[in-house]
Design a protein around this ligand. Sequence first.
Ligand SMILES: Nc1ncnc2c1ncn2[C@@H]1O[C@H](COP(=O)(O)OP(=O)(O)OP(=O)(O)O)[C@@H](O)[C@H]1O
Ligand SMILES: [Mg+2]
Length: 294
Amino acid sequence: MAKRSVLTLVSEDASQDAERGDYDDLATGENNDSEEFDLERKSRRAETVKKDLQMQKTEGGVFSRETLENVAKLGVGGYIDRIMGPISTGKEADVFLGELKGKKIAIKIFRLASASYFRNPTVLQYIIGDERFKKIKQTPHDLIKSWALKEFRNLKKAEEGHVRVPKPIAIEKNVLVMECIGQDKPALQLLKARVDDYGKVFTDIVSQMARMYQADMVHADLSEYNILMLEEKPYIIDYAQGVLLSHPKAEEFLERDVRNICTFFRKKGVDCEPDDVLKKVKEKKVKGRVKRVN
Ligand SMILES: Nc1ncnc2c1ncn2[C@@H]1O[C@H](COP(=O)(O)OP(=O)(O)OP(=O)(O)O)[C@@H](O)[C@H]1O
Ligand SMILES: [Mg+2]
């Protein structure tokens, strides 16, 4: 049952994350388990992850039955073994640290209760203008699930375009499972991280933006909050707002992303001009496919 509803897409290019270990194995879920993987084990794991989640506190109070069921399905499917504790509790989503086959994962749970946020016209524009989500129902629950699915698909798209992102593992309605950036402890946001060479990180981020643009996508919420730093390398996260270039406001969003990045790096003493950055981000698309660097 869970197998059908859990939408997991396994990367076709395993080589790009060689440095970060075999996350592709994790994205295969139960198919990768031994033959002893029986019903009893599945249901035990579902109970474990459900209980784990029930123990967590969230700003919105307890988790709904639906969210607990979605997490349980991911447990049955072999996409979550344990949920350990919160990494971040926000207004629209909570992110938890979890474990899967001995590796740390991040589990982002979109609040089903935050319907009013998702119905706000400013927020709606990111999904309604996206050709992939033209036909979605605009009921609060469907909007939230589409928002989560959009983040998952954008992560896949970015990953396929060789952007440095957490590897998406699985999605079940409002619950998204991905690689945890930072296996010893979750990586810090660019805003809070210790950075030795801001110039180098800035150049790297511009290159990541170019890759995204070449993959036909704009992040649309890029800032020092949505970039995690691990070993001086930036990982771009929080892709739910990301839109395709065919979105009527894609260029406007890109310009805003560029301005946000320039504002932050200027404060850190990096000499950057938004117009030049914009040109750099776009020029690679004109020149052809960018090569993989990680
Ligand atoms: N894959 C990941 N690995 C490690 N930490 C993560 C990962 N994804 C998210 N986080 C942590 O969780 C925080 C919130 O994640 P994210 O930015 O995706 O959610 P959000 O949409 O901003 O949530 P809200 O706006 O409700 O606070 C991040 O700033 C980061 O600290
Ligand atoms: Mg964020």
